[in-house]
Design a protein around this ligand. Structure first.
Ligand code: ADP
Length: 611
């Protein structure tokens, strides 16, 4: 080893140029990161060789070599200066059909070096090795032979590898057979270089062979993971798109349903309104039956509209569930009472004595809806003179309350028991004789799920069925949830004055007729929002009845104006609308409406305002 080399070798790090000034120094491993720096290092290396009059064997990809050549020409080197550079493509130099060919590559290199030596020329080489994990042992074999050859002939050679794609373990192996490590910035001595490795003995080959297999396996796994990840990404993208399509479709569906419900309710208001008024007159028995049929059919139609609308809103997830403490006794009494009021049959309902202190976590309105659906069915599918038992069981340990509705009707075929909660499913037995949509139980299922409750049925054909729903029990004393202001409110005098803001004349006529029946009511009607507001300057009504779809102003804007004005803010506003969407009803309540009446107007509901 020469003195200069000794001096250099003792230094921690140096530049490529400093190193290549020492001809004895041979084998450099270049782990490059940045292509631009790589190219500049290659240019310096070639320039250095040209200055020394060396023959340069440059093995690289064509596109990179062309960039290097262009830089050299721009620096003033001529084609003839560059005749000392022999370019070979990396693919051709290192690879054959089956991958890296260590023997052929070595032979090629040896040929060039010895030919130049014969001509008295030194060779310096630069080879960009295209490594892949299946050729590690072949490359190491080649590199170890090259190391010996270069050392014997005092030749400088740079073996370049892409640091980003060469596995760490392979980099370590390469450091064992290259005396120097070159990075984009500097040259350092390899901490692992040792002559004993250079011979690449058999046991070393075996060890590397195993590592090679392992890395191959890891690469396959990695590829699979990447593919899975790519597939997952694709799927997420697809699902996102599907969701956005579904959201759009849901919105369109919601708009359509609200419009459809509105349009059907408006004419129904006239039909039901007059039918209810007619029933109050002195009718012959025959005519009374006819009007009764009109009322029942329009009721059915209304129920159908309500169920479809309700189910669709649930299906779209657009219903709002307001979980609160609900006292069970009054709500069950209310449900049973209203079923008995509306159903004209011989069926008896027994409501167990329910303890006052049972409270459950539920949405008051929705619990009412669930119970009404179950009671309706128990009535509908019961036998003539049937009996319905409504009872409640408390599981103190689990803090659960189970409410059951038991009938002694036709029962359900075991084959159908799992299907009856599906939307639109109607049992074969009941298809013909009973009217229905097949949505009632699907609504029960949806509501119970949304309220985090449970539900189910046991049934025996010909004996009867027991439908049950379960709620979380709340151990609390009765709490005052009712809005006392609303509860206690009552109109000031018997001679009521009402302002009705409504543009549809049929609706006005129905309202007039209904209020006439109730009596003692001074009704003032205006057909636009503005005229309604103007009317209020001189009129001091006990109630304002407000339609929402008016020709000039939005119903809600009128409501807000009324509630902001100190003169009108205390007058109870009753929204009378064909829009039965829950969101609209909630908005009305938020904006200060006293009550919300959906069209068709229920006469009894209206009458209650004037008692
Ligand atoms: P609908 O009553 O409108 O048909 P439901 O969803 O309420 O729709 O009920 C679905 C089906 O389940 C009914 O058609 C009927 O066949 C069956 N069913 C529901 N309740 C009972 C009951 N109490 N007894 C027997 N069958 C019932």
């Amino acid at each position: 080893m020469g003195a200069r080399e000794k001096e250099l070798r003792s230094k921690e790090s140096l530049t490529l140029q400093e190193l290549t000034n020492q001809k004895e120094l041979a084998h450099l491993l270049y782990m490059y990161n940045e292509q631009d720096k790589y190219i500049m290092n290659a240019v310096l290396y070639i320039e250095d060789g040209l200055n020394d009059g060396d023959h340069i064997l440059f093995v690289e990809r064509k596109s990179i070599y062309m960039k290097i050549k262009e830089i050299l020409i721009n620096k003033g080197y001529t084609e003839s200066d560059l005749s000392l550079v022999s370019y070979m493509s990396s693919d051709m130099f290192y690879l054959n059909e089956s991958g890296f060919d260590s023997d052929e590559s070595f032979k090629e290199l040896e040929k060039v070096i010895t030919a130049n030596l014969d001509k008295g020329m030194l060779t310096r080489t630069w080879g960009h090795v295209l490594a892949d994990e299946s050729s590690i042992s072949e490359i190491l074999k080649y590199e170890s032979k090259v190391d010996t050859l270069l050392n014997e002939n005092g030749i400088i050679s740079v073996c370049a590898y892409n640091a980003l794609t060469t596995p760490a373990f392979f980099q370590n192996e390469l450091l064992k057979i290259h005396e120097y490590l070159l990075t984009d910035e500097e040259v350092v001595k390899s901490p692992y270089y040792h002559r004993q490795y250079v011979s690449f003995p058999l046991e070393e080959r075996k060890r590397v062979g195993n590592l090679e297999k392992e890395i191959h396996m890891l690469k396959n796994k990695n590829e699979k993971l990447l593919m899975d990840k790519a597939r997952q990404k694709e799927r997420e993208k697809f699902l996102k798109k599907e969701k956005s399509n579904a959201d759009q479709a849901n919105h369109a569906k919601s708009v359509f349903l609200s419009q459809m419900s509105h349009d059907l309710r408006t004419p129904l208001n006239t039909i039901q309104g007059y039918a209810q008024i007619l029933m109050m007159n002195d009718l012959t028995r025959e005519n009374r039956d006819k009007v009764d049929k009109i009322l029942r059919s329009s009721d059915q139609l209304l129920q159908l509209i309500e169920e479809i609308l309700d189910f669709s809103s649930m299906d779209m997830g657009s219903i709002h569930i307001n979980k609160e403490e609900v006292q069970l006794k009054p709500i069950l009494e209310e449900c049973v009472g209203s079923i008995l009021d509306t159903q004209k049959s011989n069926i008896m309902i027994n409501l167990d004595n329910i303890s006052e202190d049972i409270y459950v976590e539920a949405d008051h309105l929705r619990l009412n809806q669930v119970m009404t659906n179950l009671l309706d069915n128990a009535m509908k599918y019961n036998s003539y003179n049937g009996i319905i038992n409504v009872y409640c069981e408390v599981d103190e340990k689990e803090e659960q309350v189970k409410i059951s509705v038991q009938d002694n009707g036709s029962g359900i075929d075991p084959k159908e028991i799992d299907l009856i909660f599906e939307p639109f499913y109607r049992s074969q037995t009941h298809m013909k004789g009973w009217k229905g949509t097949g949505l009632g139980l699907a609504i029960v299922a949806q509501l119970m799920t949304r309220m985090d409750g449970t539900f189910g049925v046991t049934s025996e054909k010909g004996i009867g069925s027991t439908f049950w729903v379960g709620f979380k029990r709340i151990n609390q004393e009765k709490s005052e949830h009712l809005d006392q202001a609303i509860k206690n409110w009552s109109p000031s005098s018997y001679n009521f004055r009402v302002l009705y803001i409504e543009d549809n004349h049929d609706n006005i006529e129905v309202m007039k007729s209904m209020l006439d029946v109730i009596g003692n009511i001074d009704l003032h009607c205006t057909t636009s929002g503005r005229s309604g507001l103007k009317e209020l300057d001189k009129l001091h009504p006990d109630y304002i009845f407000l339609d929402l779809s008016l020709p000039d102003l939005q119903g809600f804007d009128i409501l807000s104006k009324l509630k902001k004005n100190p003169k009108t803010k205390d007058i109870p506003v009753i929204v009378v609308s064909a829009d039965a969407m829950e969101a609209t009803i909630e908005t009305a309540a938020d904006k200060g409406a006293f009550a919300y009446m959906t069209k068709p107007i229920n006469f009894e509901e209206l009458r209650k305002l004037f008692v």
